[in-house]
Design a protein around this ligand. Structure first.
Ligand SMILES: C[S@@+](CC[C@H](N)C(=O)[O-])C[C@H]1O[C@@H](n2cnc3c(N)ncnc32)[C@H](O)[C@@H]1O
Length: 400
């Protein structure tokens, strides 16, 4: 069957229509005419693969990854990077218009850096004495020797991980490095490794929750600050673009000149510390105990006196805050803000709200909930996850 691709959906798949039913074509680009093979059909939609190209988009580029055809980790490796960035900005605009129902939001130009070797963290899966990635929505393992998204240090450690999986039954290996790639932590799950791992080039090794060798924390630098982080803590994965994102937040905070700031979902305290010189008092809240342990170390490491951290769920403690907060920064996980937190943000009524989001759909939903009370001034997209469909946004809201 021959079809013409109209546009990309929000997951980077080509959209066309077959007998008026929407059809998602993996790896197809707008305006391409392709012959397709249907792989799934439901009452509502069809999924298909390309069998042959009749016309090829001028924005299509050869995939450089050796696993591109089988891995599925990169949704957009076949698209020019410039076009990927344009598409991500358009996607943010479209999703905000559709789900936030806010009349006019200024979506600024997307910020981006290198498309490859940006990740400071990876989770590998193990099967049959090999390690690699799972194909999307399956447990089919694609063993890898290298990955273009990972930084050089992680790629250098991969042969060691392959050896480890050959000699032991490994379920999962998480590798995390410092942003300067000098330090690294590794966490193994599955069977306990029979022999010690060669520690050269590795700062700390964990088997599940147990520390087997080396140190518990590594230090990463963002801008002029240094941050301790443990294997379990959240830390932004794009080792270069994070500084640009934090600078964007800092510039907004400078305009606000706040006295009291709440940094909700603060992780290892990175943003709160980054903006602490611009406020009288900062309070960070996160539910992950290892992140808060790191955050308290980070406070000392950076000699920041005006910040405190609370280890709890935001929704458990948000009702304790009064209306003396001038700025709330939120950086929730993909599911966005829960109803109770939204209600209390509205009650606390800070003059400014900065919302950092890794999912424009839940961002738009939450902006809609806030729109009676807050005006969304600017949304800036950041391409934190190049070659995938994901995009991060920083939104600035002002109380009506
Ligand atoms: C996207 S990360 C943001 C971390 C931090 N702002 C940064 O830039 O590194 C989201 C954080 O929310 C935390 N978290 C998830 N659910 C939470 C909840 N209900 N209450 C508090 N923290 C939560 C996670 O532990 C994680 O650190």
């Amino acid at each position: 069957m021959q079809v013409k691709i109209e546009k990309l959906d929000h997951f980077g798949r080509g959209i066309t229509y077959v007998n008026q039913k929407i059809c998602f074509v993996a790896k197809a680009l707008p305006n391409e005419i392709v012959k397709i093979k249907v792989t799934k059909e439901t009452k509502k939609y069809i999924e298909a693969e390309i069998e042959e190209w009749v016309t090829i988009s001028s924005y299509r580029i050869p995939e450089v990854c050796p696993y591109a055809k089988i891995c599925g980790g990169c949704d957009l490796e076949h698209l020019e990077y410039k076009k990927e960035n344009e598409w991500k900005r358009e996607k943010v605009k479209e999703l905000l218009a559709k789900f936030s129902q806010i009349e006019k939001v200024e979506v600024k130009e997307i910020k981006y850096l290198s498309p490859y070797h940006y990740r400071n963290k990876v989770t590998l899966h193990g099967a049959k004495n090999r390690v690699g990635y799972y194909q999307p929505k399956s447990k089919n393992l694609v063993p890898i020797d290298t990955c273009l998204l990972l930084n050089q240090k992680i790629n250098e450690l991969l042969p060691k991980m392959k050896r480890l999986a050959r000699e032991n039954k490994v379920q999962e290996i998480m590798i995390r490095t410092s942003n300067d790639e000098k330090e690294s932590l590794i966490k193994i799950s599955g069977d306990k490794p029979k022999s010690l791992i060669d520690m050269k080039d590795i700062t700390g090794i964990f088997f599940q929750e147990e520390q087997l060798q080396g140190k518990e924390e590594i230090i990463s630098t963002i801008g002029k600050y240094q941050y301790y982080l443990s294997i379990e803590s959240f830390f932004q994965v794009n080792q270069e673009l994070t500084e640009m994102l934090y600078e964007e937040v800092l510039n907004e905070v400078k305009k606000v000149k706040p006295k009291k700031v709440l940094d909700l979902y603060c992780g290892t305290g990175t943003i709160g510390i980054y903006i602490s010189s611009e406020a009288e008092e900062v309070i960070g809240i996160d539910s992950c105990s290892s992140s808060i342990k790191n955050a308290n170390h980070n406070k000392k490491l950076n000699q920041v006196k005006n910040i405190q951290f609370i280890n709890n769920k935001v929704e458990n403690v948000i009702d304790q805050f009064q209306q003396d907060t001038d700025l709330i920064i939120v950086d929730p996980p993909r599911k966005g803000l829960d109803k109770k937190t939204l209600r209390h943000i509205i009650r606390i009524a800070p003059k400014y709200l900065i919302y950092i989001s890794c999912d424009p759909v839940t961002l738009a939903r939450d902006l809609k909930e806030l729109k009676e009370t807050y005006q969304t001034k600017i949304v800036t997209p950041f391409n934190m996850f190049p070659r995938t469909y994901h995009v991060e946004c920083v939104s600035v809201l002002v109380h009506n």
